[in-house]
Design a binder for this molecule. Structure first.
Ligand SMILES: [Fe+2]
Length: 211
């Protein structure tokens, strides 16, 4: 049992996210970015789906949910992500043996100016994440929400200056090449993109199974 310190706060039930800055080189970032546009331009079904469900943007989520199946560079990307997801899972104290983390989906998101992705979670996986390929100046952050928000009933307002771990929301402002991982139950959103150019990312879900 963890030692409890009298008169001090003991932290329980942590919400943890994993960030790897410069996960991709500028060169890889650029070539994957170009491939995203090629896939979008050849994906008529995905474009139609996005017109109805991702207003103004493009995602391959519904039409090509496993991009590594059609692209060797995305397959290499998946292999690279695997190491970090396995590490994050270990740091979270999950015991997967004899199973391993397994990528069940990996898709492209292109968000032109003004496009929004409202709050959501990622069901049917346990670790999710995003890699950023293009983050123009002023582009939207990734906004995480305190999972206890719905249980706060008589809580007072918070101080103007407060510890980051006490914030009800946390905004991760990525740069191109960054990787972020989080547990799939953690609700998040991408506010309307105020940048003048496209914000491009690749998102993915991992579950676990025997390989
Ligand atoms: Fe998401």
């Amino acid at each position: 049992m963890a030692s409890l310190k009298t008169g001090k706060i003991t932290s329980l039930f942590l919400t943890e996210i994993y960030i790897q800055k410069a996960f991709l080189s500028p060169r890889d970032t650029k070539s994957l970015q170009e491939e995203c546009y090629q896939i979008r331009d050849s994906d008529a079904i995905g474009q139609r789906w996005s017109q109805k469900n991702y207003l103004g943007g493009y995602t391959s989520y519904a039409s090509i949910p496993k991009v590594p199946l059609l692209s060797s560079s995305f397959l290499d990307l998946e292999k690279k992500i695997h190491t970090h997801v396995a590490r994050f899972s270990d740091l979270l104290d999950y015991d997967l043996k004899p199973r391993q983390v397994y990528c069940n989906s990996l898709w492209i998101n292109i968000m032109p100016p003004g496009v929004v992705h409202t709050g959501h979670i990622h069901p049917q996986s346990f670790i999710s994440g995003t890699i950023y390929l293009s983050v123009p100046p002023k582009a939207s952050s990734l906004k995480f929400e305190d999972p206890r928000l719905g249980f706060l009933m008589a809580a007072p307002l918070q101080k103007k200056k407060l510890k980051v771990e006490h914030q009800r929301f946390f905004q991760f402002a990525p740069q191109a090449g960054d990787l972020v991982l989080f547990e799939s139950w953690l609700r998040h959103e991408v506010p309307a993109n105020p940048a003048k150019k496209d914000r491009i990312s690749v998102s993915f879900n991992y579950d676990w199974k025997s390989l």
